[in-house]
Design a protein around this ligand. Sequence first.
Ligand code: TXA
Ligand code: MG
Length: 318
Amino acid sequence: MRINQANAIELLLRGEVVAIPTETVYGLAADANNVLAVAKIFATKQRPANNPLIVHISSTDKVLDWASTFSPLAQRLAAAFWPGPLTLVLPARAEVSAAVRAGEPTVALRVPAHPVTLALLRDSGLGLAAPSANRYTQLSPTTAEHVESGLGADIPVLDGGACQVGIESTIVSVQDDHWQLLRPGMIDVAAITAIAGQPESTLDIAHTPKAPGQHLLHYAPRTPCRLFDSKSALTAYAHNKPQVAALLFGDGPAITPRDIHLPADPAQAAAHLYAALHTLDAMQAELILIESPPATAAWDALRDRLQRAAHDPGKQND
Ligand code: TXA
Ligand code: MG
């Protein structure tokens, strides 16, 4: 159900959930200070309660409403990348509900770069807890249609068009002057290192922040997927198999009866990745063959999502 900004504010203030556009993927939002509203997010997504949520805020000024400290390093990252696809995991204030933090001592914060949602955050005055607006372990939505096909036509959606970045934010945990990457995204490690210096190299187990949501089985179409090291290996496998589909990078000849070619540029490919996987999933092929993107840092985030999409749940171990 498509709604406008006024409807969205009314629903959020009443403790309901609303799907909102961001530049990365659509989020399923609720008032982060309302424990019952936050519980509706977990129920709608069928998400385990031990997986914490990102709180979306309208500007850097709001960080200390949620975090107990905003270290100089975290401030530099915020200044460099907000509004934008970077989530900072910072020590939480005691008042932040355990439901949002899933019991962690930290809180994840992000100022998203989407005009519709920035206006919603500003005009409502709320901090919005919002995971991606899909059922747990399923594909993330990058259009209002994806949200409705995944969560049902009754879910209220603020339609902000197709997401421009297309994959989830980079997540960085910051402790004083140390940082660690918890989830790769289109803001890559080199860009973060340029602002924040080298990441913490030795993992101190006792102090290593968990990334509870980093289950291997994530971002997966319903159709089984298989990742191939090269286009030639994929082509050889596809030979004489009429029931397969393929996700390929760059131009090239047809390989299966159902090919989708993503652009050869990583940012362009990311912007279309989930839409392509949604389309491939709807083709009812017996297997989706996926070409591995180039083994360079610019493709790290896409490679991460594709490895997860192709992960065999039978072998899941986390
Ligand atoms: O781009 C995005 O980040 C999108 C849009 C909607 O902002 N959101 C998103 O949310 O991808 P979600 O819930 O699907 O993924 C958030 C990840 C989860 O893996 C969760 O475990 C992790 O962030 N996370 C949240 N709070 C955390 C915390 N305090 N410590 C460590 N990891 C945290
Ligand atoms: Mg998600």
